[in-house]
Unconditional design. Structure first.
Length: 415
């Protein structure tokens, strides 16, 4: 029997990353055996701006991973993110179909489909329909209605939508590489699958993924997704701030950020300096490292303050017992955990992938967490393990709908 490899494809603003592995049901671990990384040509702020360039970059990533696993990659789980993602709440109500009132899976499916019959903004498509809770007759707060008895079944859901043009262009670019798409997944949800524990989600936690162009957030409580949102600021904005503050190029600013970046300016000595000539032959000016740190700290605080404003809207500011978990490439910045603790008034930690085994060193870099999460998400789906963060209709119950959407997109783009 042919081995089933699971591949996650993360298309970011600066880099495209691929992770390929296999799930071992005996120890509930996901083994990463291949990966790839390439600059994001044809992509700006997470959106495809050149199909041909994007196809070339994605192909390069896939080929790197294929060489490592010694086998062609045929299918991928693709992540989608960016400021164009929006959410809205919806309810679906149905009458239980059986005479004895026992609720079966088809009743739940019908309720979830009814929840989709909601007005959506123009040019937006549904990515996920996430059940938050069920009501049977007048009994509320039910998590799993299967096998229970009632006449009226109602579901409260969180609907996640993506911009139609973004979905079509992303799908088109991936299909042109010659691979099939197993599913299109909101990246922050896949991240949560791989870095958050069940207990964290039960207690209440905010997962914050600091990407290049934006910061994605998913808030969980009582084991369910409470909300997800995107802040249009990311690690590239830190680079731009440094470039403006030091009157230097973006390349030099990025190098300084990676080598000397510190989010807590108080720990940097006022006398410490660096010479820009160490990064560029065309420059020869000394700058204060404390000044660089102050620039970084100000932007990090702004990002966290914007996240906290959204938490205030949810009445969860300072009220998440499991705190905040930082992940993504931007979370590697020294001192960022201390800033998070201060701004959110909560425990803070780095989100490292759980139950992952690999001999590939670069996989331990936080920049790969999204791709790992997508692969792990796919492994959970394929193996039907209990590792899923919630029962997701877009993968199981609504698989027929998603299949139709994918086939429609595929036929549309192959002309």
């Amino acid at each position: 029997m042919k081995e089933r490899f699971i591949t996650g494809l993360d298309i970011g603003t600066s880099y495209i990353r691929v992770v390929t592995g296999q799930f071992n049901p005996q120890d509930d671990n996901f083994y990463v055996i291949g990966c790839g990384e390439a600059p994001s040509s044809g992509i700006s702020k997470g959106v495809i701006v050149s199909i041909e360039d994007a196809v070339s970059a994605i192909t390069s990533c896939l080929e790197q991973s294929e060489r490592m696993i010694g086998s062609p990659i045929e299918r991928v789980f693709v992540g989608i993110s960016g400021a164009q993602i929006i959410t809205q709440e919806s309810k679906g109500v149905v009458t239980v179909s059986r005479a004895n009132g026992e609720i079966r899976e088809d009743d739940v499916d019908r309720a979830l489909q009814a929840a989709q019959a909601v007005a959506t903004p123009p040019n937006y498509e549904i990515l996920h329909v996430i059940p938050k809770s069920f009501t049977i007759d007048n009994q509320t707060g039910i998590k799993d209605p299967l096998g229970m008895t009632g006449i009226r079944l109602e579901v409260s859901t969180q609907i996640i939508l993506g911009l139609s043009s973004q979905i079509k262009n992303l799908t088109k670019a991936v299909y042109r590489t010659g691979v099939e798409i197993d599913d299109l997944v909101l990246s922050i949800l896949a991240n949560a699958e791989s870095v958050l524990t069940k207990r964290q989600k039960e207690l209440g936690v905010a997962l914050i993924n600091i990407g290049e162009a934006s910061t994605s957030v998913a808030v969980f409580e009582e084991g369910d997704l409470l909300n997800t949102f995107v802040i249009p600021l990311g690690s590239n904005h830190l680079t731009a701030d440094i470039a403006i503050g030091l009157r230097t190029s973006l390349d030099v600013a990025e190098s300084i950020k990676l080598e000397y970046g510190q989010a807590v300016s108080d720990v940097v000595n006022k006398k410490d300096e660096i010479n820009l000539g160490d990064f560029s032959d065309s420059e020869n000016e000394s700058v204060s490292l404390k000044y660089v740190s102050e620039i970084i700290e100000a932007r990090v605080e702004e990002i966290f303050d914007m996240v906290d404003k959204e938490l205030i809207k949810l009445d969860r500011s300072g009220l998440l017992p499991a705190g905040v978990v930082l992940t993504g490439g931007g979370a590697q910045l020294p001192g960022i955990i201390e800033v998070a603790k201060k701004r959110f008034r909560l425990p803070a930690s780095l989100g490292l992938p759980l139950n992952i085994n690999t001999a590939i060193d670069k996989i331990n870099n936080l920049s790969f967490t999204a791709a790992i999460g997508l692969a792990y998400w796919g492994a959970s789906t394929v193996s039907h393990t209990p590792a899923k963060i919630f029962a997701l209709p877009s993968i199981k119950s609504l698989s027929e709908l998603i299949s139709k959407i994918q086939k429609w997109l595929k036929n549309l783009i192959r002309f």
